[in-house]
Design a binder for this molecule. Structure first.
Ligand SMILES: Cc1ncc(COP(=O)(O)O)c(C=O)c1O
Length: 433
């Protein structure tokens, strides 16, 4: 009935999240409120991990892409599940370090890391630094030399794959700001350079072809392109690349129109391709890393809002205004991302109305969605936007000086705050007169 399996309706007709009444949550914590289901997050982690065990003999590491949703509690859950972390900034790295996350399981990404970030990565002994360009390689070599170590790196490669997704979240094609291009020879020249440097240890290659992808074929194709490149490096340079990081990007169900494949199938097909190619080309099987973000966090999250004014413009549309908006969920404004909405206190009623859900920011484009089917809705109702666990809290802002909502984690029938609601005092904390 709902896009995420942890959602249901109780005897009061209220939406429940991980078995907890969403209306009770709003009474306890207020709105807007991000709610995350810890049990579902853990289940996702385990299913990715198990797929590597089942199809690839466990010779791999799942690294949760923390950009999807990062806070101390989330890093702790990942640590507890024994999976690694993909970080993309000093802030994400700092959050991980603050809970004692094992740094050897961290992949540090980014297309424009500062010297400060590279130094911290070296100082904290981050397991793999994903180098994006030669400017970064040269700076990293110097920083590692000063520290008297060899930095373990992977190269981010653009494999030239069209991932059939939104233009802004496509990353594998040649016209991308991320990584080295294969088809121009840029990546091969970069490999030669890395091998020649004293303080660089090129352990692997990385690619990430995009996000919210439903088709397994582009992933299999990317693995094929990458293994062929590893084979070329071995035959022409005599250098064995030991690790292959295939990134994230697995699609999730935001609305009924989305048809994600079982993540298990991904590893099954990718492993088969990698094994076949490696045996054909006489290569050692690489250690495989994957970096799911959205697929771990998004289905586990729901955002709860209180409805304010409702504006019916005859023959045009009905605007339903909520007490949040693009400041806590900018994805419709950015990508026209579609969501499912439910009136949480009338969740058992049929969806007979079609509305535009508008935020409270001073921006016409501040919408959560247009043409959204929903139950009858009135001022004071609670609207739940489903599958908001990824790229919502992490992409939130203080636009219009609106404090960020709290994040509540539900688990086993109980709830706890994992990120406090911002206060007005937080809003002016760094202001000077
Ligand atoms: C390098 C890299 N890895 C992993 C991810 C996570 O992607 P997703 O959340 O779609 O799984 C991203 C997303 O931008 C990324 O850039």
């Amino acid at each position: 009935m709902f896009v995420s399996k942890n959602l249901a309706v109780n005897e009061k007709g209220h939406l429940t999240i991980g078995g907890i009444d969403s209306i009770e949550l709003t009474k306890k914590y207020g709105t807007p409120l991000y709610v995350m289901d810890e049990d579902l997050i853990r289940e996702h982690c385990r299913s990715f991990k198990q797929s590597i065990d089942k199809y690839y003999g466990g010779a791999g590491l799942v690294c949760y892409a923390s950009k999807a949703f990062c806070c101390k509690a989330m890093c702790k859950i990942m640590m507890d599940e024994g999976i690694g972390l993909d970080v993309v900034s000093e802030g994400e790295l700092y959050t991980a370090a603050s809970v004692g996350f094992p740094m050897d399981k961290v992949c540090f990404h980014g297309n424009n890391k500062t010297d400060g970030e590279l130094s911290i990565a070296i100082e904290k002994k981050v397991g793999r630094i994903i180098v994006d360009n030669i400017f970064e390689l040269e700076r990293l070599n110097k920083i590692a030399c000063k520290a008297g170590i060899k930095a373990n790196i992977m190269y981010r490669i653009k494999p030239g794959i069209d991932a059939h997704t939104h233009d802004f979240v496509k990353t594998g094609q040649i016209d991308s700001k991320f990584g080295f291009a294969l088809e121009t020879g840029e990546a091969f020249e970069a490999v030669k350079m890395a091998i020649a440097l004293d303080n660089i240890n090129l352990v692997g290659l990385h690619c990430h072809i995009g996000s919210q992808i439903f088709d397994i074929d582009p992933f299999v194709h990317a693995a094929e392109v990458m293994i062929n490149f590893i084979a070329k490096i071995k035959s022409e340079l005599g250098y064995e690349v030991k690790e292959l990081n295939l990134g994230g990007g697995f699609g999730i169900k935001y609305t009924d129109a989305d048809t994600p494949v079982e993540y298990d199938k991904y590893m099954e097909k990718v492993s088969a391709k990698v094994k076949a190619l490696c045996s054909e080309k006489n290569l050692e099987l690489p250690f495989i890393l994957i970096e799911p973000g959205r697929s771990i966090a998004a289905p586990a999250g729901v955002t709860l809002y209180t409805v304010g004014g409702i504006k019916n413009i005859p023959n045009i549309r009905t605007y339903v205004s909520i007490d949040g908006g693009m400041c806590d969920n900018p994805r419709y404004a950015l990508y026209k991302s579609k969501y499912d909405a439910v009136v949480a206190n009338r969740a058992s009623e049929p969806k007979n109305e079609t509305v535009t859900i508008a935020g409270k920011c001073c921006e016409s484009g501040d919408l959560i969605g247009e043409g959204m089917p929903i139950q009858h809705v009135e001022a004071g109702d609670i609207i739940a936007i489903l599958a908001t666990g990824a790229y919502n809290y992490s992409m939130s802002s203080n636009y219009n000086r609106i404090p960020k909502p709290a994040v509540v984690m539900v688990k086993n029938g109980s709830s706890r705050v994992v990120v406090k609601r911002e206060t007005l005092e937080d809003i002016i904390r760094n202001d000077l007169e």
